[in-house]
Design a protein around this ligand. Sequence first.
Ligand SMILES: [Zn+2]
Length: 477
Amino acid sequence: MSREYETVIGLEVHVELATKTKIFCGCKTEFGGAINSHTCPICTGMPGALPILNKKVVEFAMAVGLATNCDITRLCKFDRKNYFYPDNPQDYQISQLYLPICRNGKVEIEVGDVKKEIGIHEIHMEEDAGKLVHDEWEDISIVDYNRSGVPLIEIVSEPDMRSADEVIAYLEKLRHTIQYLGASDCKLNEGSMRADVNISVREVGKKEFGTRTEMKNLNSFKAITHAIEGERARQIELLEMGKDVIQETRRWDDNKESSSSMRSKEDAKDYRYFPDPDLPPVSISEEWIKKIKDSQPELREEKLVRYETEYEIPKYDAEILTETRQVAELFEETSKLCDNTKMVSNFILGEMFRLLKEKDMDGTKIPFSPEHFAKLVKMVDKGVINIVVAKEVFEVLFKEDIDPEEYVKAHDLGVISDENELSEVIDRILAENPQSVEDYKGGKGKALGFLVGQTMKAMKGKAAPQKVNELLHSKLD
Ligand SMILES: [Zn+2]
């Protein structure tokens, strides 16, 4: 009889913080730029250069810690993690081992309809390394220190996840929370959020964990799912053959859909950590914590509840409207200005997301103002334009942020409700469609809809539908 196995997963998630300058110097954190153009003696590890801690990094780390129910360490410290690699100019990385800024947190995830708590072991602050650029043609490698010293937080979970679905739900939860806080844009594909997955298997019912491996190089949800499934199968196969799983770091290759050993997994002792003598401990007061807590925006899970109760929006729609803080803010501000939540929501869910997708945008930048958007909704409400025209105007609004009132006036898109003009067109439509007229008179109500449609078409969508209906009735009844 074959044995049943359970997958045990813990995550180490690195998040690049959205500060303007690096963690220990005044260099820009901006992505790109000529090689080594955002550098100075501190972030290139010159002898004698002294780091100075960026206060904003501490505040972002605290904000994330508070939003994930962590305890904030009142006196936290930085440590040196020693290792040699060319992208690490000091030969050590400044990180936190002994007294990380946040500990003992938890977040709630939902998979299907099942809710579950995932523990957060700790969150610590550290600096990013530089980047090696390998030139295939010249047979040389260039080291670029622009990324060296960019602030990171590392969020270490407890081994509480049991499936790829739970891992994705946990990452989504972190991403939404951190994006709402404005602490990072959390883009897996651009490297501002990176996940290392620790995974082991054990027979169902056993208490002790199996030997874990760490999977690196996972830059999409698809890669994470495949890597977890692949590694689970590989470990089970080893155990079934009576072999041991070796504790190691493995690199996932999403093209080959397989992993290979990178190096044996290190423990903290391999890095000879010791307190960084150049940086004083960070003392965090109750007032400071309170200040960060008070400035926390409404987070996504709170918005989801409020949207369902206050606006009576279905859960599925609410989830899309709150996908990014920017979309949620657009929805709320526009609704406030025009007082028609339903229509605002329809435009966002239908038209706007279609256009975002077309332009390959992700909803973190909204290219038009809530004021203009609200004007458009009001014009539909008042019957100045009909919905067909409104959708066309919305598309121009999305592309150029025009003032809908001016645009409609300039392009003569207002609804036509002039009786003489409409009457003339309707007479022509009736003459062209004798069969439909006969059907209607014979009791087929459907035929009226067809005649309305034909009239609207002839008026290029600008006729007032109610007026068309009235006139048709008066002519036919
Ligand atoms: Zn610098």
